[in-house]
Design a protein around this ligand. Structure first.
Ligand SMILES: [Zn+2]
Length: 102
């Protein structure tokens, strides 16, 4: 069992070969501000069987999904522009927005 030296570790992070490639794993676009962000900073919203927008807390629910910053500014933009309604082709209820604003 050879010991792993520091020099043998693969370099990660800045300037890596994957840094600028589209379709990067875990990167999504916020439907409100259109900025890319990691999945962890965005909330996933999916359309449920009844055609309503619902928060996907697990990030794994099947079906059409959209991502939004869990941020008062982005929530407000999405609500005004009806960005989620359009992205999901779903009806977004007042209850949903209330839940998202918590
Ligand atoms: Zn945003």
């Amino acid at each position: 069992m050879p010991t792993l030296r520091r020099d043998d570790l693969p370099t990660r992070g800045e300037g890596g070969p994957d840094a600028e490639r589209p379709g990067r794993v875990g990167i999504r676009t916020c439907v409100a501000c259109r900025q890319e962000a990691g999945k962890k900073t965005l909330v996933r919203v999916v359309r449920d069987a009844e055609g309503r927008a619902t928060i996907d807390a697990t990030g794994r629910a099947p079906g059409r999904g959209a991502y939004l910053h869990r941020d008062a500014a982005c929530v407000e933009i999405a609500r005004k522009k009806r960005a989620l309604d359009r992205a999901l082709k779903a009806s977004v209820s007042a209850e949903f927005w209330a839940e998202l604003s918590l």
